[in-house]
Every structure is written in C-alpha cells, then in structure tokens.
Ligand binder design. Structure first.
Ligand code: 3H9
Length: 666
C-alpha cells in the first residue's frame, strides 16, 4: 500500500510509504489520487494531513518517467484534487521535499515541518522548470524575488530558512510533527489555496536584483523559469499554471533535458560502483603528506568538511605557510601522522619519492589506518609494493583545484581490500565529490581522455588553426575555457616534464607536435611567467594573441612539412569530440574505465565539458551515423597511430569498440 489512510478524530491522515525516498511516479500518484478521492466522499471529516512514513516527505518526481509520454494522473491533477477538497489539507514535512514534493506541499493549505526538513526546486539542474505549480504558488506565497532565487538557484533550503521565508508555517520537533499537523488541520476550518491568491506586491528594485543575480549566461531553461515566475505572478492563477505546464512539457523533451537526466543517472551509477557492501569505519583525522599547492588545497578541502587535518612535510618553510590556518595542524616528522585515520600522499610526483614516503610513514601508523595516493600518473601497484600491508592502500585522485573541483577518481590496486574502498567512498561522500571508479593505466580515466583532447587540439594548430580559434570553437561548444587557455593557467612545465619522461618510450611513428616544447624552451611556461600560448601583459587576466607564438607555430609547421589550411570550427569540434571518444573506447575495452558513462561524468564534472551535451560519449552517440563516421575518420587521419582504434571509420564503418560505448549511453 503506497498511501495509507487513517482517521484520527475528524482528520484523515494520508501517509505516503514509497521507499527508498518517496519518489513520485505513476504508481505513487495513482495511490495518492485514489486516497484523495476516497477522502472526498467521506462524511464527517474536518481536515486532512499529508504525511510520510519514511525519512523524506517526497524527494521529487521520478525523472526516468520524463523520457516517455507522461501517464495520468499527473502531479497537477493530484494537486487539483487537494485544492478541490472542501476541507483543508496540511502537509507534515520531514526530510526532503524537493521538486514535485515541494509542489505537492504548496498545493496544501498549510505546511508544518520538523528540523530535518529541506526544501528546494532542483528542476533547473535537470534542464526543466517546476511543472506542477512550483513557480506559480511559490511567488504567491513568498513573493517574486524569493521565488526567482529559489527556482533559479535550485538551492536546498533548511527548515529554519524555509520558515523565515514563509514556505513553512511552523517548525516543530520531529516527535510532535504528526500530532501538530492533525491539530492544525482540525482547527483550520477554511481552505487557503495559494493559487487563488494574488502574488504580494513586489518592490521593483528587489525583483530586478533577483533577476540580475541570475547569470545572463545561464541555460535557456533557467532564464525561462525566471520569466515564468514573473509572468505567472501577473496572471490569473489557473492561467499561470497552464502556461507553466506547457513550458515544462516543452523543456522536458529537449535534448538538453534528456542529456542532463542521463548525467543524473550516470553519476548515481558511478557512485554505486565505488560503494562496497562493507560499512566504512568512522574517520576523524586526515594526515596529508606534502605541503605543496596540492597538499595545502587538500588540507583546506578536508578541514572545511569538519575533519581534523595534520599536514606533514619535512620542509618547515612550506609548513609555516599553512600553520596559521584554522584547524590545520602541521608536523615535520612522519611520526606526527600516527593519529591519522587516513593518510593522503600529496608529495612530489616521483615514484622514488612516493615509495620512500610510504616506507617512512607506515611504521608510525595505526593498524586501521588507510593510505591513499593522489598521484595523477604513477603506477599505484608499484607504489603499493613499498608497503608491508598493501591491502590498506588505494588511489584517490583529485582534480585541480581540489577544494573546488567536484571530481575524484577512486582507484583500486590489485591488493586493495573492501574496507579501504569503503573508506574512500565515504570520504568522497563527505567531501561532496562525485566519484568515478578507475583502474590502473597512464592517467587513469579522466586525464587520459583529457590528454587526447589536448593532443588533438595541438594537431589542429599544426594543421592550420590558431590556438585562439581552437579555444573559441570549444568555448562555443560550451567548455568554460579552451584547452590552450587552460594550459596557460595550469602551467606548461608539468606536461613538458612528462613528455620528456616519456620521450624514450614514445612510438616514433606517432605524430608529435613540437610547438609546446618550443614555447617552454622560450621560457613561456604559461600565465605564471607572463606568457605561454598567449601573452599576459602586466598580469592581464585573459591572454592576448602574441605574434611570437605565431612565428613558433609557423616554424613548427614548416619543420613538419605541413601546409597550413583554414580549419572550420565544426571540424575542430568534431575532431576533438571523436578523439575523446576514441580514448573512452580504449579505456572501456581495457577495463581501466568500467562504463562509458563514467567518462561522461568525469569530463562534465572535472573538465567543464558542457553538461547540456551529456559528456563526450553521449554527445557523439546522439549524432547520426554518417556524422559519427566522418568525425572518427577525421580523428583517425590526424594521427593513425594515436587513434588506431578509429581505423574502420576511414573505410566508412563505426569501429566495434566505439559502437559498443555509443550504444551504452544512447
Ligand atoms: C521534479 O520533481 C519535477 C517536478 O516539478 C515535476 C512536476 C510535474 N528520479 O541517490 P540515491 C533513485 S524533478 C528517479 O542513491 P541517497 C536513485 O537513482 C526531481 N530516480 O540515495 C536510486 O536508485 P537506485 C526533483 C531517483 O539517499 C535511489 O533513488 N528531485 C530520483 O544518496 C536512491 O537514490 C530531485 O532532483 C529521481 N528524482 O539520496 C531529487 N531520485 O538505487 C534527486 C533518486 O535504483 N535525488 N532516485 O540506483 C536526490 O537528490 C537523491 O537521490 C536523494 C537521495 C537525496 C533524494
């Protein structure tokens, strides 16, 4: 029974029991509609309470239903039933009331919450807008400016704030919630339909400020939601509801909304994959080895989530820079990490340095301590061999800047045990990161794909595009910033050192673009040196095109025997996309990545690949076959060694390994 009906005195209590999160789908809406119909015909009732049997009131609509035609009864029909009852309905809110859940509560005549209540409209993050009266009733309850903020920001609001705003009429302790809701329902006497009210008069300046707080570059659905809040407040309630629903139906079937739903489930699959059955032990203290930029940033990230943090570095000067930060202790001796539950290796990216750290630190650690390395490229199995208990070791790879970038890779070695994995998964959750599982391989998953993206960007420059043209083509696609501007920001020296390290093992048949090496040799290491792919005169924030770079590029083309040609933006975007997909297919084929969708999660979360396209694999999967073949063939021709996997495309076929991953995300 999804909705139970119990009558207490003259109040009918409808309790929704739809585990795990009281998610609204056809079955649940049908049960609610039936329960409301049944209440409507009962005599002697003075009120109704809508409550939840579980942790959450109603976590929102089941978005997997949005890919298909929606089945009756739809949520607006259920809410109409509430509004059409002669007797008042009180919502008793606990836990989450998100999206459709909050809309259901707003269809009631009064809202009582408990301190665990959290409300919000996540719809805009899914490419849609609230479709069951959320924009219309919220503006009528809390005014247009607050409604704009709630709908456009998608933020979750605590019980306390919801009460202050007027979304909740009252907040009572959890144990008293139901009794109080019944009491209010019995005492209310009259209906209080938000839809019948005019929106409160709004101060024009406050409306303008709320609108201005929404970025002009926000996605079209966000701007449409803001317009809807304003338009809806000026319309008759019923007309406003109709207009909102029409917009919702339009947005629901866009590619963008479909791709965002795909990513929603992709993230959940990745999170599930790194969540072993073993429960994680409690983690209170994090020891960080290495007080460099990465170590310091990690220390801040952990400390901000309430962990006690101890940073170890034998370089006292580096420690001193950290010492004045609240809550971060420092130690210049490995023994100082003895209390830590988890040790994070963030020392210099060198196998010998890392192994000697592990050897030095391990004897001081508790038996239960877990050790993770934040290496970007080194072989974690080899690192594990430096430990006497390698089972407690794994990779936890953060992305720059780790205190803000949501992506983290969880990498299991051949010896990592389940308890260690459970610790890593719990850390990711508490840090509010999006984890993906990754296997051992050069660059693991995300950096490996990004490396091919960058490599293709350099091929395009050697072929004739300027770095600015490549950057512009990719920001047009939706990247926040193009690959050459990114390279300047992060510094060209790390990749340079890596190229030198790999020089001896590089396949001599592989196409190699020398431009970046020439820039580095000229001292152009990026923004920090005032020059890289672009010039940064007087510390300019954005780079400007520098003719000296053009000269280096022209010389490199001449040395490689390439005649420069105009490269259209579409070719730039297609080749880059196809290159990433080639890398993705190779990763899935070798088992370094578990799922194609993990790669889409990685690139959208960690590298600003536009989420509206769903990620590189999904973006290519949505194109028609001819376009797929032509993009892959272009990538193949750009370097038949690096993109060997795409060879069949040159003969008009979609390569099997690639078809497999495209199919998996369609
Ligand atoms: C909306 O309401 C639009 C309205 O305006 C429309 C009106 C017409 N859909 O995350 P978990 C699944 S938009 C489908 O592991 P947690 C999830 O995949 C919606 N499935 O648990 C998983 O299934 P499985 C507004 C969903 O405790 C299981 O439930 N609502 C949905 O870590 C447990 O989830 C949202 O945006 C969904 N909406 O977190 C809420 N939600 O085990 C989005 C969950 O088979 N959801 N599932 O893989 C969340 O933020 C979290 O899931 C929540 C629970 C915090 C609720």
């Amino acid at each position: 029974m999804i909705v139970d009906i119990a009558v207490t005195e003259s109040v009918a209590v409808l309790t929704i029991d739809h585990p795990p999160v009281n998610m609204g789908n056809t079955a649940m809406r049908t049960a609610l509609a039936d329960a409301l119909d049944s209440v409507a015909t009962r005599d002697g009732l003075t009120g109704v309470v809508l409550a939840s049997a579980g942790t959450h009131f109603y976590a929102g609509s089941d978005i997997s239903e949005f890919d298909r035609p929606m089945q009756a009864p739809q949520l607006p029909d259920v809410i109409s039933r509430i509004e059409n009852l002669d007797i008042p309905v009180v919502a008793a809110l606990t836990g989450l009331a998100l999206g459709g859940g909050l809309e259901l509560a707003l269809g009631c005549d009064l809202r009582v919450g408990d301190p665990t209540t959290v409300v919000g409209f996540p719809e805009v993050t899914l490419g849609i807008l609230p479709g069951a009266g959320g924009t219309v009733r919220t503006a009528r309850l809390v005014g247009v400016p607050s409604a704009i903020d709630l709908v456009a920001s998608a933020r979750r609001v605590t019980a306390e704030e919801a009460h202050a705003l007027g979304l909740l009429d009252e907040v009572v302790p959890g144990h008293a919630l139901l009794a109080r809701a019944v009491e209010r329902a019995a005492a209310l006497g009259t209906k209080n339909r938000l839809v019948d009210r005019p929106a409160p008069e709004s101060d024009e300046a406050a409306v303008a400020a709320a609108r201005a707080a929404v970025s002009k570059r926000a996605r079209p659905n966000v701007l449409a939601a803001v317009d809807m809040v304003c338009a809806g407040a000026a319309l008759d309630g019923k007309d406003a509801l109709r207009r909102e629903r029409a917009l919702f139906d339009e947005l629901r079937v866009t590619d963008e909304a479909s791709n965002l739903r795909y990513l929603f489930f992709a993230k959940r699959s990745a999170t599930k994959a790194v969540r072993p059955r073993t429960p994680a032990p409690a983690i209170a203290t994090i020891g960080i080895a290495g007080a460099g930029t990465m170590g310091a940033s990690l220390a801040r990230a952990f400390s901000a989530r309430g962990y006690e943090v101890i940073v170890f570095d034998s370089n006292r000067a580096a420690l001193e820079r950290l010492a004045d930060r609240d809550g971060i202790a420092t130690t210049a001796s490995g023994a100082g990490l003895g209390r830590a539950d988890v040790i994070v290796d963030a020392v210099f990216e060198d196998m010998d340095v890392k192994k000697s750290l592990l050897r030095d630190v391990e004897p001081h650690l508790r038996d239960t301590a877990v050790i993770v390395s934040n290496t970007s490229y080194l072989d974690l199995n080899e690192m594990a061999s430096a430990l006497t208990v390698p089972e407690r070791f794994a990779g936890l790879h953060f992305f720059n800047p780790p205190d803000r970038n949501p992506l983290v890779e969880i990498i299991r070695t051949t010896t990592t045990d389940d308890r260690t994995l459970a610790v890593l998964s719990a850390l990711a959750t508490r840090l509010e990161k999006t984890p993906i599982p990754a296997g051992i391989g050069d660059g693991f998953v995300a950096n490996r794909v990004y490396a091919d993206y960058r490599m293709q960007a350099e091929f395009l420059v050697e072929d004739g595009a300027s770095p600015a043209e490549v950057d512009a083509a990719l920001t047009d696609l939706g990247f926040a910033i193009g690959p050459f501007a990114v390279a300047d920001m992060s510094g060209l020296d790390i990749a340079w050192a890596r190229r030198k390290r790999l020089a001896d093992t590089r396949d001599p048949r592989q196409r190699y673009v020398h431009i970046a090496d020439r820039l580095c040799e000229a001292g152009r290491l990026g923004k920090k040196t005032g020059a890289g792919w672009y010039d940064y005169p007087d510390g300019a924030k954005r780079g400007v095109v520098d003719p000296r770079v053009d000269a280096i590029i022209e010389k490199a083309r001449a040395d490689a025997g390439v005649t420069a040609r105009t490269v259209p933006g579409d070719e730039i975007r297609d080749r880059v996309l196809a290159s990433m997909v080639c890398a993705a297919a190779a990763l899935v084929e070798t088992g370094v990545a578990e799922r194609a969708s993990d790669i889409d999660v990685a690139l959208t979360e960690g590298f600003t690949f536009p989420a509206r396209l769903g990620g590189p694999v999904r973006a290519l999967a949505r194109r028609n076959r001819d376009e797929v073949v032509s993009a892959l063939a272009a990538a193949y021709r750009s370097c038949p060694v690096s993109f060997a996997i795409a060879e069949p495309a040159a003969a008009g076929e979609v390569p099997e390994a690639i078809e497999k991953i495209l199919e998996a995300v369609r």
